[in-house]
Design a protein around this ligand. Structure first.
Ligand code: UD1
Length: 431
């Protein structure tokens, strides 16, 4: 069901239906994958719940199995038990190169074993996605780092990393997580300045504390970590997926629907909700739920930035919404350099969008018409589905293995909310 190589599957969407009803969402992709990697830091079991049923999770499980971790995964129940009794420092390349999040194993391996050797990862095609900040941080902690095009080797000559003061050039999510996980078992204090503050990093830091780590400054741009000698096992519930929640909220708004979304922390969506309200969407916030209604949209400007800024992972979906809003909207992408690739697909459906560098102007509203399109990363794929929900006629979304990497049960969930969507192809299981 979740084989990421099932690339022949397509989604067929017939537009025109508003989304109505209630949907309960999953644990966060970008948290679960890192919580799984953190199991490398202890010999005791790590038991995760609310693990999302997405394709990246079994791939990450394969990466960890390749490192000698015992992994029991029950995707239907959202449970994963991991035990890294004596992990190896070197993972086979095949699984590692299929998932960018596998780089999150580097920090914990370096922290636990003082060495690591990993193939360089694949994942979404949205820019250069260098790992220079991860590697410079590990060097500052005393490791020798050798990186080629294919793999990276990290070795602490004394067998243990040393605490260090590290200032990141940019608040990179991946670098912050790797250096945090490296720091918890290093000798002495590590300070990460200009750290990323995404809720998924906060989730990871809190789980590490529950394992016995000493971390201060969670949610702030400065993380202070006092290294300890060992960590214990933990049971941990993955935080909700704010990007999935934002995607459903935008899909409800753009179709003129009325949707209750539960398992959400509205406080982690402050800026996206503010922008949706400014666009005319009515949103009721509850402790762990949102109700989203819309009937007509007006243009708003959006600028993507690290958290708490507007998330780059909601930018393609927001562009679809803005294509249906009255007026001209400016959208600036500051996080990934080639994240406007989806715009060509949206233009082929009738959207009027001008791009200059990392700025886009969306002239709305435009009538979208169905076509065949590809979403070449997980969020572009979701945006393609959203565009299909409002387009006239039939839209075929190809390359849905990207969508499967990040959205659990998307087709049955959307169908239960009234959408006309089905999955077609060799591996038809979800429709
Ligand atoms: C994570 C998320 C991804 C999200 C992104 C930004 C996961 C699995 N993925 O990706 O969904 O879109 O955060 O919120 O959690 N960069 C460098 N050098 C580095 C590290 C990053 O130049 O050493 C650049 C990247 O090329 C990119 C930008 O910094 O342009 C942001 O990257 P980063 O924040 O690290 O994102 P990821 O951790 O890859």
């Amino acid at each position: 069901m979740l084989d990421p190589t099932a690339s022949t599957d397509v989604f067929r969407v017939r537009g025109g239906n508003a989304l109505h009803g209630t949907v309960t969402l999953s644990g966060a992709k970008n948290s679960a994958l890192k919580l799984m990697a953190a199991s490398l830091l202890t010999a005791e079991p790590v038991e995760l719940t609310s693990v999302p049923a997405i394709a990246d999770v079994p791939v990450m499980a394969d990466v960890l199995t390749g490192l000698g971790v015992q992994v029991e995964l029950d995707l239907e129940e959202g449970r994963c038990r991991l035990q890294a009794t004596s992990p190896s420092a070197h993972a086979p390349a095949d699984a590692v190169s299929r998932i960018r999040a596998s780089i999150a194993c580097l920090g914990p391996l370096a922290g636990r074993l003082g060495r690591a050797r990993l193939a360089l990862p694949g994942g979404d095609r949205i820019g250069a996605r260098a790992i220079d900040m991860h590697l410079r941080g590990l060097e500052a902690m005393g490791a020798q780092v050798v990186a080629s095009d294919e793999e990276v080797t990290v070795q602490a000559p004394s067998g243990r990393l040393n605490g260090a003061r590290i200032t990141l050039d940019f608040p990179s999510v991946g670098a912050t997580e790797n250096l945090l996980m490296a720091g918890v078992l290093a000798d002495g204090e590590t300070v990460i300045d200009n750290a990323a503050r995404e809720p998924e990093i906060q989730d990871l830091a809190r789980m590490l504390i529950a394992m016995g780590a000493r971390v201060h400054g969670i949610g702030s741009p400065t993380l202070e970590i006092d290294g300890v000698h060992q960590l214990r096992g933990v049971r941990w519930r993955t935080c909700p997926d704010r990007i999935e929640a934002g995607t459903y909220a935008m899909a409800a708004a753009v179709t003129g629907g009325d949707l209750v979304i539960s398992n959400v922390r509205p406080g982690e969506l402050t800026l996206p909700l503010m922008k949706l309200r400014a666009a005319g969407v009515v949103i009721d916030e509850h402790e762990d739920a949102l109700r989203v209604r819309a009937d007509g949209l007006t243009a708003v400007d959006v600028v993507t930035l690290p958290y708490p800024g507007f998330p780059t992972d909601l930018q393609p979906q927001m562009m679809v919404l803005l294509s249906q809003a009255v007026g001209d909207a400016r959208c600036t992408e500051n996080v990934f350099e080639s994240r406007f690739s989806f715009v060509d697909e949206l233009r082929r459906m009738g959207a009027e969008i001008e791009i200059t560098g990392h700025h886009a102007v969306i002239y709305g509203p435009t009538r979208l018409h169905g076509t065949t399109l590809s979403g070449l990363d997980v969020r572009a794929g979701a945006a393609g589905v959203m565009a299909g929900l409002v387009a006239e006629g039939e839209t075929i979304v190809r390359d849905v293995h990207h969508i499967d990497r990040g959205y659990a049960h998307l087709v049955p969930r959307l169908r239960s909310l009234g959408a006309d969507i089905e999955r077609l192809g060799a591996a038809v299981t979800d429709a």
